[in-house]
Design a protein around this ligand. Structure first.
Ligand code: PRX
Length: 634
């Protein structure tokens, strides 16, 4: 097993080695994989354009590094344990052998339906084993998957299909989410009315929700695999061929298709999974994310399976049918490593400890968090009541763009500190700069978090928009990758992520671009203009606060707010609905027409004065008016 760190001294040694000679460091990890052909160069890079290549000219298939690599030794080991939404439905275990056969069979089914290497396949599915099988089958034949979280609207789905000109959509008749059944096939049908590239839709039967199947286009999953061989020779992929595209929000209205490539992503996901969670061969690991987000890609599917681990996939929500559901599953499946989001911890902590008490939770060894800063109170609740004071918490900082965890404790090996992501993993070179780009050296400093040296799983481009990739990540601070996060390095050298410094709001660990939400709000015919900011929310971390100038002539305020929320849910999805809407007479703008969000952010947090210099505002009185009516936000 490659480079598993066992001691603090080992971490320090590996870290130093990785900085002194990154190529030797990553070579040693990469050597443990199965390559059809090895690389000519470990890394070739420059951050100006940018151009980043890892393991150049190597040939591989990521699925061979999951299946062919492990079938001799782990064929009967559970690869995926799937836990359904409804606890009375039996769970399903797929061994490495079974997952391999299902992957190969579905890979052949995709081929039979015209999918080839390089084609884009949209996955819009529930959290069922078939979602993982779909990803792996795409990877097997070299098709590029792009998963769209199944909570996104038809409009968001069609935008993504159009952006990557996908030819196939994989979906289900419906999704079970808690007490609800969501008719996802109907959403796909609606989305496809505004697309022209999709030739086939493969539909998994999950909820038995009635659906319309369009002849020639729509085909049932069970029919697609009927009588199809479970043998498939993996496609030969170049190290830098695309593995997947995953859309994420940015500070402009249009989501960015983040591109990850085969070899670097594989090596980095595996290495971080093994080391951060300290996974041992018999362990059962559970990450509660959805495969629609990067966490689901890297730490439900690819990372654990590349490490030959047993990974749990849960279909449902934390509170259904009761708020002890997570803890019940941990006991039932004897979960050893548990990885979730601070928002889930806060939501469950709000029920008190009664729902936790019936469960032993004694299988747990490691707890993890991801997606947003964790507040100290939630950290202690998690540590004391779930980890019973015995389990280290790995607060893992990373991004869709980074592909894998970059800053985090190694469970039980390096120190933890409440609310701190602590130290960079080996191979990661963070740097803190001020707004002018000057490096802030030493400890006890606060500034913008950048990375100065490439790591294998970093994004390569934004699909079809390389220039935007350069602008967004590589132009703010010359020669550096800019994360968009603010950070503090404390007196001990530990990193604490302070949150976004750009126009991105982190709602329950999900990224929302303010411009994206504003565009959606402005679609309502009675809205003239709007501005959206984040504000502290006790459960979600950040909530969405919308200030809107509206024509109120023929609506009650209450009805208008309802309609605005429905509009946002229709355009983006329910996750983007504003928590608070305030109808305002105007917005604080500079003479050049720029909205001063700084002021709105303060109003949203309840401040009534200390707005700094407002003399550049076109109409300073508007601020007073907004403050006066702040109580009407609802
Ligand atoms: O602001 C940081 C926050 O989530 C952003 C990345 O969001 P996304 O691409 O959706 O990926 C989330 C899952 C990796 C980051 O820019 N973030 C992520 N992890 C943490 C975090 N903030 C604080 N602490 C973390 N552990």
């Amino acid at each position: 097993m490659a480079r598993k760190i066992h001691t603090l001294a080992g971490y320090i040694y590996e870290y130093q080695r990785s900085v002194l000679d990154p190529e030797a460091f990553w070579t040693q990890i990469a050597e443990t994989f199965y390559w059809q052909k090895k690389w000519d160069k470990v890394v070739e890079w420059e951050f100006d354009t940018p151009s980043i290549k890892w393991f150049t000219n190597a040939k591989l298939n990521i699925t061979e590094n999951i299946f062919e690599r492990y079938l001799h030794t782990k064929k009967d080991k559970p690869a995926i344990i799937w836990e359904p939404n409804d606890p009375s439905e039996p769970n399903i275990t797929l061994t490495y052998r079974e997952l391999y056969e299902k992957t190969c069979q579905f890979a052949n089914a995709l081929k039979n339906n015209g999918v080839g290497k390089g084609d884009r396949v949209i996955i819009y599915m529930p959290m069922v084993p078939e979602a993982a099988i779909a990803m792996l089958a795409c990877a097997r034949i070299g098709a590029i998957h792009s998963i769209v979280f199944a909570g996104f609207s038809a409009n968001s789905l069609s935008d993504r299909i159009n952006d990557c000109t996908a030819t196939v959509v994989l979906t289900s008749d419906g999704n079970f989410r808690g007490a609800k059944t969501i008719p996802v096939k109907a959403v796909v049908d609606e989305a496809l009315e505004s697309t022209s590239t999709v030739e086939k839709v493969i539909v998994l039967e999950r909820t038995k929700t009635p659906v319309t199947m369009k002849p020639g286009r729509d085909i049932w999953w069970h029919d697609a695999i009927d009588d199809v061989s479970a043998e498939n020779v993996a496609e030969t992929m170049d190290s830098e061929d695309m593995l997947f595209i995953l859309y994420t929000s940015g500070s402009t209205g249009k989501p960015k298709g983040i591109v990850h490539t085969c070899a670097g992503y594989m090596v980095n996901c595996y290495y971080t999974f093994k080391n951060v969670f300290q996974y041992n061969d018999e362990d059962v690991y559970w990450c509660t994310a959805d495969v629609g987000w990067i966490t689901g890609h890297s730490y439900i599917v690819y990372g654990p399976l590349l490490a030959g681990a047993t990974t749990v996939m849960y279909e449902g929500v934390p509170t259904h049918p009761h708020p002890g559901r997570f803890w019940e599953i941990i006991d039932k499946l004897k979960v050893n490593q548990f990885y979730t989001a601070p928002t889930a911890i806060r939501a469950l902590a709000a029920y008190g400890i009664d729902p936790v008490l019936p469960y032993k939770l004694d299988s747990l060894k490691v707890l993890g968090t991801v997606g947003e800063p964790i507040n100290e109170e939630a950290w202690h609740w998690y540590h004391d009541h779930i980890g019973k004071g015995r389990c280290p918490i790995v607060d893992t900082w990373w991004q869709t763009e980074t592909g894998a965890i970059l800053i985090s404790p190694l469970a039980g090996i390096t120190p933890t500190k409440p609310a701190y992501a602590t130290l960079p993993l080996p191979g990661v070179q963070p740097i803190i700069v001020d707004n002018e780009g000057n490096e802030l050296k030493g400890n006890s400093v606060e500034g913008n978090l950048c990375i100065k040296y490439p790591w294998p799983s970093m994004l390569r481009t934004i699909y079809g928009e390389h220039e935007r990739c350069q602008q967004t990540y590589f132009s703010t601070f010359k020669g550096l990758y800019f994360t968009g996060d603010g950070v503090k390095r404390d007196e001990d050298g530990y990193y604490r992520i302070l949150g976004r410094v750009d126009d991105v709001i982190n709602v329950s660990g999900h990224r929302m671009g303010t411009a994206e939400v504003e565009n959606a709000i402005n679609e309502h015919p009675k809205v003239m203009e709007s501005a959206v900011v984040g504000y502290p929310h006790p459960i979600k971390g950040q909530g969405i606060y919308a200030f809107a100038i509206c024509d109120m002539s023929d609506r009650s305020e209450e009805n208008l707010k309802k309609e605005i929320r429905v509009t946002v849910a229709r355009i983006i999805g329910p996750i983007a609905k504003p928590d608070l809407i305030q109808i305002v007479p105007g917005l604080p703008k500079t003479r050049s027409g720029k909205i001063m969000r700084r002021i709105l952010r303060k109003i949203a947090t309840g401040e009534k004065d200390n707005f700094g210099d407002t003399s550049t505002l076109l109409d300073p009185d508007v601020v007073t008016k907004i403050i006066e009516s702040a109580g009407t936000a609802s």
